[in-house]
Structures are given as structure tokens and as C-alpha cells.
Design a protein around this ligand. Structure first.
Ligand code: GDP
Ligand code: IMO
Ligand code: MG
Length: 432
């Protein structure tokens, strides 16, 4: 069965199995070729999804990656937190490169907005931490989701349906300014400027606001092919990740139901994205991290610098404990392995096959970050292939040791590998 078989796999979810940046942008773009709809369900401008083709490069933050395929319609679900100014900038940047956005982008009225004080609070609260900081992207994600949970947030729909929204903003800014000035001792936010920015946002975004849950139900009933694009990765999930070193949303598959308004039975296929090694931006436990020259070498070869913040990503060996955890939590059907080419030059490659804690092997992934911080990875060594795989398009043509590496990952995950990415370009891909 082909991965592109829209009838059998009408609704496909693509999500990260590690700490983000697994190459979701590239794989969603690949699958979007045959899709009608691409929808995001969580996160916000903390995401940076890269797509490269025809010598050009796009980095998507809040707009689903499918926007780069001209026949695809894109949805921003209620589960996201959206930053108005950067969304307008992103639309403008795409349109200046000839990508039509407004007629193909729809946003839920229930989507929460990231306001200027959310960003300031995000940064100021990180600066105020005495111990280890989370290392957030500084995009206001946590404070915006906190206001949502606290029932004090502002939603896209408020700008259209709540006649008192301007007053609400002025009150919100006044109370947050107390926090900013008195507690964090940073600059206050200008309430009037915030209102003006939102008025501009409202006028530009008006044609895009629609009931996403209803649209999706209709699309599915009409046989449309839907790709659901996850952001971040399983280990950054607020419940199943390495809390508190996580993001503030459910990145895992359950987030899709609450973040878009469709039930789990609508999902036909769940594709887990796996980088051929592991990376992490920000702080928190990372058992297979390579802190020396080898980690640096992988960072340089893999171009491992954040697509959103430009921060160097921490690099390490592939970790099967992490992948197995992600397979279980997300009910993953198959894997897409990316960045295999980055390992081309290594003569030996390590795979973490288990964790030892206080002399005993763990049976499953620890739920507590302080425990994860203490585990000792147990490695298996595999031979490298020491030749370039970038131009290869068939699994059988890969060097024997590269095939062995892929097969071992599939075996450890107990899931088939259906896509292998061997370069950043759209066409640098092997479909199995
Ligand atoms: P995402 O957040 O999961 O979409 O991933 P990012 O875009 O943040 O990071 C992945 C990076 O790896 C981007 O720069 C991609 O262009 C690049 N990339 C994706 N797949 C491959 C691959 O197979 N090989 C190489 N060398 N680069 C890749
Ligand atoms: P994509 O979608 C990698 C990380 C941050 C930090 C933690 C919390 O491109 O894979 P936040 O700003 O969300 O409150 O930061 O989560 N983080 C990501 N790391 N890729 C991402 O997105 C990330 N989005 C957030 O570095 O450790
Ligand atoms: Mg990214």
C-alpha cells in the first residue's frame, strides 16, 4: 500500500517522536503533494518547519506547511496560540514570494492569541529563574496557554463577536503591567498600541476565520485527503514529555482531537518522525547527548541550529527508549526517518537500546525528568557506511550498513519504516 494512497489513508497525522526538529516540515511538504488539506493542532510561533525545493528555502512557524502546495487548503486549529503580528508577517513574507495565502488559510475563532505581555512575561520569568531555565523560545507560548487554562485569554473570535473586546484588552494589559513592572521590573505594555495592532490583525484576518471542526468534518465526509501536522515532539509534550522541560501543549496525538475538534476514529494513519540521531534545543535531560567534538561535528554537518531562534541544538545518538515511548503514547503506525545522510562520514554509530538506573535495566521510559537525568544509556555499536547516501532513491541501493541501521531502528520500534530522508530537498527521499 502506498503512503500516498489517499483512499485508505484519508487522514494522516505527522508528528515528532523526539524533542522537535525531526524534519516534520520536509515530510509534511512531501505528503502534501497529494493532499487537499493540511491542519496544525497545537503550538504556535515556537515551531520552525523548514522546506527546501528548487534552490529555495521556506521556514513556516504558524502557517501549516501545506501552504507551499497551491491546491492545498490550510487550517489553524483552536489548539494553537497565535501571535497576531508575526502571523501577518508570515503571510506577507509568503505572499512576497508568490505564495497565495489568504484565500487558502482558515483559522478557528477559538484559537487563543499571544499578546505582547505574554512574550515579555515568558522572557522575564525565564530571566528570573535561579536554577536551570527551561530555555523557551521566548515567543510567549507558556503565558498564553496559561491564560487559556485560567480562562482569562483572548480568542480570535472575541475580536469579531465580543463588542467589549477593546475594554477587555485594556483591562488585561493593566493587570499584566502590574506583574511586569512590580514583580519582573521590566517595561510595561502600551494598551492602546495593543488595541491598534489587533484592529489591523482583525481586518486582515477576517476572511480566514471559520469553524475548523465543522470544515474538517465536511472535508472528511467529502473524501478529502487531510494531513495533520504536529509541532514540537513527543518529549516536549506537557504531559508525556520531560516535564518541566517541555512546551505548554499536547504535542502528542491526543492534542489533535482537542486541537482540531475531530475524534480519534477519524485518524487513518499516524506517522512518527524520527531523526537518525537525536537533537534538543533548550534545557532538560538528554541521556544520549554527545557533549564533545563528535556532538559538535554532527551539529555542523546536520546544520543543527534552531529554525526559530538560531540557537545551537544539542546533539546525541539515536535513542530507542525515546522512540518506543513515542510509539506507545501516539499509537504510531509507521516511521519516517530523516537526516540519514548526516551520519554518512561516521565509521561507527551507537544506538541506545536501554537505560540502566542504579545497576538495574529499566523496563520503560521514566515519567520523571529527574530520573531520566540519572539514567545511564546502554549502547549497541553498529558499523557506519562511510559513503554519501544523498543521491540514493531506492532502499535496495543504500549501502548495506545503512540498511542495517534502518532495519535495527524499525526492529527496536517494532514499526515499519516507510520514508527515509537523505537530504533537505523535497526530492531527496526514499519511499518504501
Ligand atoms: P521540523 O521542525 O521538524 O520541521 O524540523 P526543522 O525544519 O526545524 O529542522 C530540520 C532541518 O533539517 C531543516 O533545516 C531541514 O531542511 C533539514 N532536513 C530535513 N530532512 C533532512 C535530511 O534528510 N537531510 C538533511 N541533511 N537535512 C534535512
Ligand atoms: P518544531 O515544531 C524544538 C522547545 C524550546 C524549549 C521548550 C519550551 O520546530 O519542532 P516554548 O517556547 O515552547 O515554551 O519552549 O520547547 N521547543 C522546541 N524545540 N523544536 C520546536 O518546534 C520547539 N518548540 C519549542 O526550545 O526547550
Ligand atoms: Mg523546527
Amino acid at each position: 500500500m502506498s503512503i500516498f494512497n489517499a483512499k485508505r489513508n484519508q487522514v494522516q497525522v505527522v508528528l515528532g517522536t523526539q524533542w522537535g526538529d525531526e524534519g516534520k516540515g520536509k515530510i509534511v511538504d512531501l505528503l502534501s503533494e497529494k493532499a487537499d488539506v493540511v491542519a496544525r493542532y497545537q503550538g504556535g510561533p515556537n515551531a520552525g518547519h523548514t522546506v527546501e525545493f528548487n534552490g529555495g528555502k521556506f521556514i513556516l512557524h504558524q502557517i501549516p506547511t501545506g501552504i507551499l502546495r497551491e491546491k492545498v487548503v490550510c487550517y489553524i486549529g483552536n489548539g494553537l496560540v497565535v501571535h497576531p503580528e508575526s502571523l501577518l508577517d508570515e503571510i506577507q513574507a509568503l505572499e512576497s514570494k508568490g505564495v497565495s495565502v489568504i484565500p487558502r488559510l482558515f483559522i478557528s475563532p477559538n484559537t487563543h492569541l499571544i499578546l505582547p505581555f505574554h512574550r515579555l512575561i515568558d522572557r522575564a520569568s525565564e530571566d528570573a529563574v535561579n536554577g536551570e531555565k527551561i530555555g523557551t523560545t521566548g515567543r510567549g507560548i507558556g503565558p498564553a496557554y496559561a491564560d487559556k487554562a485560567n480562562r482569562t485569554g483572548l480568542r480570535v473570535g472575541d475580536l469579531f463577536e465580543n463588542p467589549n473586546w477593546e475594554q477587555k484588552i485594556i483591562q488585561m494589559v493593566a493587570s499584566k503591567n502590574v506583574l511586569l513592572e512590580k514583580i519582573y521590573q521590566v517595561e510595561a505594555v502600551d494598551p492602546q498600541k495593543t488595541v491598534e495592532t489587533l484592529k489591523t490583525f482583525r481586518s486582515k484576518i477576517e476572511p480566514c476565520v471559520d469553524d475548523i471542526a465543522w470544515r474538517l468534518r465536511t472535508d472528511i465526509r467529502n473524501g478529502k485527503s487531510v494531513i495533520v501536522e504536529g509541532a514540537q515532539g513527543t518529549l516536549l509534550d506537557i504531559d508525556f514529555g520531560t516535564y518541566p522541560f517541555v512546551t505548554s501543549s499536547n504535542t502528542t496525538v491526543g492534542g489533535m482531537c482537542t486541537g482540531l475538534g475531530i475524534g480519534p476514529r477519524s485518524i487513518d494513519k499516524i506517522i512518527g518522525l524520527v531523526k537518525a540521531y537525536t537533537t534538543r534545543v533548550g534545557n532538560g535531560p538528554f541521556p544520549t547527548e554527545l557533549k564533545g567534538d563528535l556532538g559538535e561535528r554532527i551539529r555542523i554537518i546536520g546544520g543543527e541550529f534552531g529554525a526559530t531562534t538560531g540557537r545551537p541544538r544539542r546533539c546525541g545518538w539515536f535513542d530507542a527508549m525515546v522512540l518506543r515511548h513515542a510509539v506507545q503514547i501516539n499509537d504510531i503506525d509507521c516511521l519516517a526517518i530523516t537526516k540519514l545522510d548526516v551520519l554518512d562520514q561516521l565509521s561507527e554509530i551507537q544506538i541506545c537500546v536501554g537505560y540502566r538506573l542504579d545497576g538495574k535495566m529499566l523496563t520503560h521510559f521514566p515519567s520523571c525528568a529527574t530520573v531520566l537525568d540519572r539514567v545511564e544509556p546502554v549502547y549497541e555499536t553498529l558499523p557506519g557506511w562511510v559513503e554519501s547516501v544523498t543521491s540514493i532513491r531506492k532502499f535496495g541501493k543504500l549501502p548495506r550498513h545503512a540498511r542495517q541501521y534502518i532495519k535495527r531502528i524499525a526492529q527496536l520500534a517494532e514499526k515499519p519504516v516507510e520514508i527515509i530522508s537523505v537530504g533537505p530537498n523535497r526530492d531527496s527521499t526514499i519511499l518504501l
